[in-house]
Ligand binder design. Structure first.
Ligand code: 5GP
Length: 189
């Protein structure tokens, strides 16, 4: 599962994973946000109404969910479960509140934190996003700082210094045996 501060490029890295490694299964989240140009329903997100999202929560249809910038996002549990039961890895791209829920509910999940190459780089990426007022940019930076502080909660940190390299490293982690799998109990056979 991939998380990290806003502006670090999680979406870009996952798009690169899809492009370079089409065999990797990426969980499609449900969201109440409107589609952006070029986003395909069922591929990038399941775009749902507020009522549909309420129903997903009420029926335990989501592994985790969180509100982010005025919209709700969540991981549909059924397709993920089916995938994991077949023994194959799955990639989730979610923000921090959701990552913490996954950590609590699925302790075996490998939590990967995508970090910017430097704080200065993150500041310039966040500022470069648009023509937002200074106060909004400052608020985003404060959030990003708090998010960066969460890196220690994760199993692995991948630095997004180069999108293709970060995507390959992420896929390598996905396909490597889980670190917990081969640890014996310490008892002799
Ligand atoms: P965006 O609107 O830019 O596509 O996504 C906004 C944020 O929501 C990103 O940080 C993204 O990682 C996060 N996100 C996308 N899907 C999910 C999800 O299913 N659960 C959670 N908790 N966050 C998500």
């Amino acid at each position: 599962m991939l998380s990290g501060p806003s502006g670090v490029g999680k979406g870009t890295v996952v798009a690169e994973v899809r492009r370079r490694h089409p065999d990797v299964w990426v969980s499609v989240s449900a969201t109440t946000r409107r589609p952006r140009p070029g986003e395909v329903p069922g591929v990038h997100y399941h775009f749902v109404t507020d009522e549909e999202f309420d129903r997903l929560i009420a029926t335990d249809g989501l592994l985790e969910w969180a509100e982010y910038a005025g919209n709700r996002y969540g991981t549909p549990v059924a397709p993920l479960q089916a995938r994991l039961e077949s023994g194959a890895p799955a990639l989730l791209e979610i923000e921090l509140q959701g990552a913490r829920q996954v950590r609590d509910r699925a302790p075996d999940a490998q939590l990967v934190f995508l970090a910017p190459p430097s704080w200065a780089e993150l500041v310039s990426r966040l500022a470069g996003r648009g023509s937002e007022p200074e106060a909004v940019q400052q608020a985003r930076l404060a959030i990003a700082q708090a998010e960066l502080d969460a890196a220690g909660e994760f199993d692995v940190v991948v630095v997004n210094d180069d999108v293709a390299r970060a995507a390959d490293e992420l896929v390598g982690l996905l396909t490597a045996p889980s670190p917990g799998l081969h640890q014996g109990s310490g008892a002799h056979e």
